[in-house]
Ligand binder design. Sequence first.
Ligand SMILES: *[C@@H]1O[C@H](CO)[C@@H](O)[C@H](O)[C@H]1NC(C)=O
Ligand SMILES: *[C@@H]1O[C@H](CO)[C@@H](O)[C@H](O)[C@H]1NC(C)=O
Ligand SMILES: *[C@@H]1O[C@H](CO)[C@@H](O)[C@H](O)[C@H]1NC(C)=O
Length: 231
Amino acid sequence: MFSLTTALLCVSALLPHAARAILAKNHPTPVNLRIEGANDTIFEGKVVTMGHNVTTASGGTHQCDGTNDGANEFPGPTCTSALADAAAANGFKWDATFSTEFDDYFITSIGNTTETATEFWGLLLDFQFTPVGGCQQEVNKNDDILWAFNAFNAQHFLKLDGPTKAKEGVPATFVVTDGMTGESVEGATVDGETTGVDGTVVIIFRARGVQGLKATMEGSIRSNQVNVKVF
Ligand SMILES: *[C@@H]1O[C@H](CO)[C@@H](O)[C@H](O)[C@H]1NC(C)=O
Ligand SMILES: *[C@@H]1O[C@H](CO)[C@@H](O)[C@H](O)[C@H]1NC(C)=O
Ligand SMILES: *[C@@H]1O[C@H](CO)[C@@H](O)[C@H](O)[C@H]1NC(C)=O
């Protein structure tokens, strides 16, 4: 019997090595997904995703595997497949309209955060706006995907770095930068403390256990979470 697998193997055998590697790309791939809503983080964590069809209430069912609008030759995991898979696995809702012109979805809402006339959902990969839509933008293992509400009006895309272990009562230094530009961000809040001109902030933990820290600032997209084990 000439199965689909056999057919793929035959095609694959004819291709140069690099092309075979690309062809093999559409397999379950772990990526880091963060979704920053209007007032809170809707999701932040690992998601395993690959390119597949997705369905939304306002947009219907369409492929979402990187080949949309001919963006990539071969299917693979995408930013929007990651969103769809995280939503399905974690029980938050999302919606998007579909543009046949762009052959891609436009996200209208995630969780309880819905776009307005002036505030839209934006998509960043490794802290840079993607040049194409979320079903066209393929992702690699451990990429950082960020869906951010009101992204196009954001002053900074906050990024928090610091120790993941700290001793109770001993000052620990964290630093807030703009993930897009790498510049230090002054005036961001971390655990009630405010960053200085060099972006640093000193936190003294008063209780043991794991503390999740995020940086926030009015007009900016809140940061990734740093989990600190206080001992
Ligand atoms: C995926 O969606 C397309 C419509 O964009 C449809 O033609 C195709 O049959 C679907 N594939 C699967 C596997 O559901
Ligand atoms: C949306 O709002 C409802 C009602 O306030 C709340 O129960 C739910 O947890 C919210 N969902 C998300 C993803 O924030
Ligand atoms: C966010 O907070 C503002 C101010 O409290 C509120 O008006 C708005 O409805 C909230 N948005 C969401 C999506 O929860």
